[in-house]
Design a protein around this ligand. Structure first.
Ligand code: ZN
Length: 427
């Protein structure tokens, strides 16, 4: 069967073609700048960059060109597409796959020039500007000798986060359309902007989604699946002092900056991001600005356990009262906002969704490894909104950095997992 696309003409399509299709897509998407902008996103510009609007259109056009009949881009640049069920399978439940269009702003993301290291020998990969991928340090890389490794040239990130996931879902769509003999139920696709800014699900058109379960394809090492994330809160702490002429400040001035510094000092040093891992939670002072009269401090609070989170939030109040006691005349107020919640609780209520994913990973020849996410994903937000959404590996590593890399063999195992998941949902 021949599938003609604007991008490529293929005599379609053996499973052996899949790695080259994934590689072509990852390198093509990576070269397109779709970096999101945290500051604009925080000031409610959505999507935060125009390049994402353009990319959403291009991806939708590509979906149409590979034969997906039902594709739309909404006014906020969410791409929604549906691959209809095989004849006779219309009544099986729909499930969804989700990836994000943007890349992180932690490293340069414009002008990405992917480098392909075929049959990688295991020698350190030397990039520009002194960046090195050393398998002695990077254990996951060390497991990939003989693989095709994709990196940037060292001047930018690669953007495998999440263009590896995007490539997997696009290639799955192409595969299912080209193989009508593969029986499956309805498959829904959601590509979202601005995941990296934390605003990715702010405007998701929930009423348009038909699936009761989604999977984000936005994880890391082959076999890893993620169904637990932090409970995340932020505290905006305001310190009000009393300003005075420094020459006659004795007994009068209350320095808001000193109050804020004392507050930061009172946070437990052993419960910070730099001293914790695995299931351990933390406090993290993130931003401070102000004057002697008024200082604002931003603190992130993270914990997997909800009761522990309640205790952490109470602890902030206790610290605030003790600072007020030490700085008579000064005042501390705290505004606490929930950012996202651990998705484990809601996923536990619908165990089938994770069970199916584990079965798919096993059928793809891997051992599923469940890891807690020390962060949040679009999936955690979607889960909170009522659509349980665990996360699937993509084969990408070292996200948000110039040493980001992906293994094509692991990306192919991601594809195999997606195919198996499609089978399972159609059974
Ligand atoms: Zn991501």
């Amino acid at each position: 069967m021949t599938v003609r696309t604007k991008y490529r003409t293929l005599i379609f399509m053996n499973r052996t073609d899949i790695p080259e299709l994934l590689l072509e897509r990852l390198t093509r998407y990576a070269a397109i700048d779709t970096q999101s902008n945290m500051e604009k996103a925080d000031s409610l510009v959505f999507p935060s960059t125009d390049t994402q609007i353009q990319f959403a259109r291009e991806i939708a056009e590509e979906l149409r060109s590979i034969g997906v009949p039902d594709v739309m881009v909404d006014e906020n640049s969410y791409v929604i597409a549906r691959i209809p069920a095989s004849p006779g399978k219309e009544d099986t439940p729909s499930f969804g796959l989700c990836a994000h269009l943007d890349t992180a702003s932690d490293a340069p993301g414009s002008g990405v020039k992917p480098r392909i290291h075929r049959n990688w020998s295991g020698e350190s990969i030397v990039l520009q500007n002194g960046f090195i991928l050393d398998p002695a340090v990077d254990k996951a890389l060390g497991e990939c000798i003989g693989h095709t490794i994709i990196t940037s040239d060292g001047t930018t990130l690669l953007g495998a986060d999440d263009k590896a996931g995007l490539s997997g879902i696009m290639t799955l769509a192409q595969y299912l359309i080209a193989h009508p003999e593969i029986l499956h139920g309805p498959v829904e696709i959601l590509f979202s902007p601005d995941e990296e800014t934390g605003h990715g699900m702010d405007k998701v058109p929930l009423s348009l989604l038909r699936s009761k379960a989604f999977y984000t394809v936005d994880g890391g090492h082959a076999g890893e699946i993620e169904a637990e994330c932090f409970n995340a809160w932020k505290a905006e702490v305001s310190f009000s002092g009393i300003a005075a002429h420094l020459g006659s400040a004795k007994g009068r001035m209350v320095n808001a900056l000193a109050m804020a510094a004392a507050f930061v000092n009172a946070l437990p040093a052993r419960e910070s991001p730099e001293t914790t891992e695995g299931y351990e939670g933390y406090f993290c002072p993130l931003d401070i600005r102000g004057s002697t009269e008024k200082t604002d401090l931003l603190v992130f609070i993270r914990d997997f356990d909800r009761e522990q989170m309640t205790r952490r939030l109470e602890r902030l109040d206790i610290i605030a009262r003790s600072i007020e006691a030490s700085f008579p005349g000064g005042m501390v107020t705290i505004k606490k906002t929930c950012q996202y919640l651990n998705m484990k609780q809601k996923l536990d209520e619908h165990p089938l969704i994770l069970e199916r994913l584990c079965t798919a990973v096993v059928r793809a020849g891997l051992e599923p490894v469940q890891k807690p996410i020390r962060g949040g994903t679009d999936g955690s937000r979607l889960t909170e909104m009522g659509i349980p959404t665990p996360n699937i590996f993509t084969g990408g590593h070292n996200y948000h950095s110039r040493t980001e890399w992906a293994s094509l063999e692991h990306m192919t195992q991601m594809f195999d997992t997606l195919v198996e998941l499609t089978h399972i949902w159609g059974e």
